[in-house]
Design a protein. Structure first.
Length: 291
């Protein structure tokens, strides 16, 4: 039992009263011997003392080895603590970078959401424009079709228009009977519906026609004209001349005519009209639209 206590003292106090030397001098052995001599000694104790003396150097070697191991462990512990602190610094830095990355990701997510909203709005506007464009294309096609129809109708529509003047001879009349006025100076005769040899305008197609005449007089006489449709008198215009100056009257009609209907102007008996190179007396007409 005393040997065990001596070993414990050696292990617990390698640097206490053992300041005597690294090799474990007489002081350390003396303390053990003194401790062992404190009680009564017998033959067994003497044998134990001899065994202790023999094993003490080995114990000190083990103690020194343990101490060296502890020192190495302390050094390694300090190194590990330094590495842990370095690792903690790296971890903190990574945490900071992670936070920054999260903020950046959140910002990118917000920007992405805004872009998605804008993209959705653009897509909606694009669809609206496409629908509007399709509607415009449909309307354009319809308009083009109508234009084609109108062009075809216009191409098929007969074109009728004439403009004439009476004569360059001066006074015409008075006569004892009514005569048909033959407007011999033809300026326009689209459709060749007016015949200057007879003074008759013949409607080439069914339709509504606009007809106009101007009558000039130079003598102190009545000036007048009859407007006939076939043999039907449609209009009578006259005016009394009071002096030698020229005088005029003008009138017009809109008539529905069938193809073949004839229009002409007659000079009543005892009346006179005047015309010369200035074309004072004229007769004109045109097709407004066919029926």
């Amino acid at each position: 039992m005393r040997v065990v206590l001596g070993l414990l003292l050696l292990l617990l106090g390698p640097c206490g009263s053992g300041a005597q030397g690294e090799d474990g001098g007489p002081g350390e052995v003396g303390e053990i011997n003194t401790f062992l001599e404190a009680g009564p000694r017998d033959e067994g104790d003497e044998q134990t003392e001899q065994t202790t003396k023999q094993t003490t150097p080995d114990i000190w070697a083990e103690v020194r080895a343990v101490r060296d191991m502890v020192v190495e462990l302390q050094v390694e512990l300090r190194n590990m603590e330094a590495r842990v602190k370095y690792s903690e610094g790296q971890v903190n830095q990574l945490k900071t970078e992670l936070i920054v990355t999260k903020v950046h990701v959140e910002q990118l997510q917000r920007e992405t959401s805004v872009q998605e909203i804008r993209l959705t709005a653009i897509e909606s506007k694009t669809r609206d424009l496409e629908e509007e464009n399709a509607d415009l294309q449909t309307r354009l096609s319809s308009s083009e079709s109508r234009i084609d129809q109108l062009e075809r109708k216009n191409a098929e529509k007969p074109k009728v228009a004439f403009y004439t003047a009476l004569t360059e001879a001066g006074n015409v009349g008075p006569y004892n009977t009514d005569i048909t006025l033959k407007y011999s100076k033809v300026f326009t005769n689209i459709g060749n519906a007016y015949n200057p040899a007879t003074g008759f305008f013949t409607a080439p197609v069914n339709g509504v026609y606009y007809l106009q005449f101007t009558v000039c007089g130079s003598k102190k006489l009545y000036m007048a004209v009859f407007l006939y449709k076939n043999n039907q008198r449609i209009m009578y215009n006259h005016k009394v001349k009071e002096g030698g100056e020229l005088d005029y009257f003008t009138n017009s009609v809109v008539l529905e005519l069938k193809a073949g209907d004839e229009i002409h102007l007659d000079l009543p008996s005892d009346h006179a009209v005047f015309d010369d190179r200035n074309n004072y007396s004229t007769f004109s007409g045109s097709l407004l639209f066919p029926l």
